[in-house]
Design a protein around this ligand. Structure first.
Ligand code: SAM
Ligand code: DTB
Ligand code: SF4
Length: 343
């Protein structure tokens, strides 16, 4: 759906309004890790051609979603995710804060909408929110939905009833990443395990909230492990409606601050393989764009990315400024809106 001038809402309009989610893929198949690895190993041109072909079959190839992120509760997280500046285990200079109030979040959402975003994602540095935290975030979701934006939240592991509370507030997507392959996960995070993540994803799915789930590339994983991550995502049943592929943002003070650089084309390959294996998903070129350069980002769009984080900040780290993004999208002839799979 392209951004168009909105007709006035009828007076009987009731919030929360649920945005129709992309339909599940009736042709979803199972991917072995070896098959995904074989895709990653294709000659680059062949891989780009295949990804672009799949992308064109299902989406307008020149439409990109703009999603704005806001850290509604920053820092002080008890988890030890080795990439994360918000963990209490690492000295990164990120100060712990309290949950933001409704008015400040509403204002941020209104600014994001005025700047052209269609989706607003709220992140909280919690291991798992308490019942009262979820109730407070539900009020934030209602405020975001009242602006007409799609609402997404990422709050950590959810317990029984949490996803339903967020759904009833109008939440469109819940983001919870698998982050890496099962056999690499333990090298990066020790305070919760892979199954915990899968359990939260199942709760989100069962509540009827769309799933936003992806991972991080450049943590020191092997190509086989990148294939393992993509196979895990693609074999979720159904696979996520939204798949953020993050490039590690190296943050001083975290254990991964000095991680050697990944070949940028390997990142592009990962995007392409996400597109091929999850044809109807919105594949998001997520964290790490600030140090990527325009040419690598352009290749990611060729590879089938159709969503980006838009706004000067991610959660605690930087993102390209909106003017630079506007100029890049214009140079590439990309329009912004909500990419929906062709029927
Ligand atoms: N605390 C919640 C959780 O972990 O589920 C939500 C917030 S957490 C910051 C959301 C995601 O941000 C992580 O799963 C990870 O994929 C991504 N992320 C965090 N730090 C990052 C970094 N330095 N570089 C790239 N991605 C990062
Ligand atoms: C996701 O996959 N990436 C976003 C969002 N979901 C919440 C977060 C990126 C965070 C990058 C590090 C930071 O800014 O703190
Ligand atoms: Fe906490 Fe999420 Fe950061 Fe892990 S990624 S330390 S759970 S805020």
């Amino acid at each position: 759906m392209e951004t168009i001038l909105m007709a006035p809402q009828p007076l009987h309009f009731h919030a929360p309004h649920k945005t129709p989610a992309p339909r599940p893929d009736a042709g979803q198949r199972v991917w072995t890790v070896a098959e995904v690895q074989a895709l990653l190993e294709l000659p680059f041109n062949d891989l780009m051609f295949q990804a672009q072909t799949v992308h064109r079959q299902h989406f307008d190839p020149n439409m990109v979603e703009l999603a704005t992120l806001l850290s509604v509760k920053t820092g002080g997280c008890p988890e030890d995710c080795g990439y994360c500046p918000q963990s209490v285990h690492f000295d990164t200079g990120v100060e712990a804060g309290k949950l933001m109030g409704v008015d400040a979040v509403r204002e941020a959402a209104e600014r994001a909408k005025a700047a052209g975003a269609t989706r607003f994602c709220m992140g909280a540095a919690w291991r798992a929110p308490k019942d009262r935290d979820v109730e407070a975030v539900a009020e934030l979701v209602k405020a975001v939905k009242a602006t007409g934006l799609e609402a997404c939240a990422t709050l950590g592991m959810l317990n029984d009833g949490h996803a339903e509370t967020l759904r009833d507030a109008g939440l469109d997507y819940y983001n919870h990443n698998l982050d890496s392959a099962p056999d690499f996960y333990g090298d990066i995070i020790t305070t919760r395990d892979y199954q915990d993540r899968l359990d939260t994803l199942a709760r989100v799915r069962n509540a009827g909230v769309s799933v936003c789930c992806g991972g991080i590339v450049g943590l020191g994983e092997s190509r086989l492990q990148r294939a393992g991550l993509i196979a895990e995502l693609a074999n979720l049943s159904p696979y996520p409606e939204s798949v953020p592929i993050n490039h590690l943002v190296k943050v001083e003070g975290t254990p991964l601050a000095d991680q050697p650089d990944l070949d940028p084309l390997e990142f592009v390959r990962t995007i392409a393989v996400a597109r091929i294996t999850m044809p109807l998903a919105r594949v998001r070129l997520s964290a790490g764009r600030q140090s990527m350069g325009d040419a690598v980002q352009a290749l990611c769009f060729v590879a089938g990315a159709n969503s980006i984080f838009y706004g000067d900040k991610l959660l605690t780290t930087g993102n390209p400024d909106v003017d630079a993004d506007g100029a890049l999208l214009q140079r590439l002839g990309l329009r912004t809106g909500k990419p929906m799979p062709k029927s």
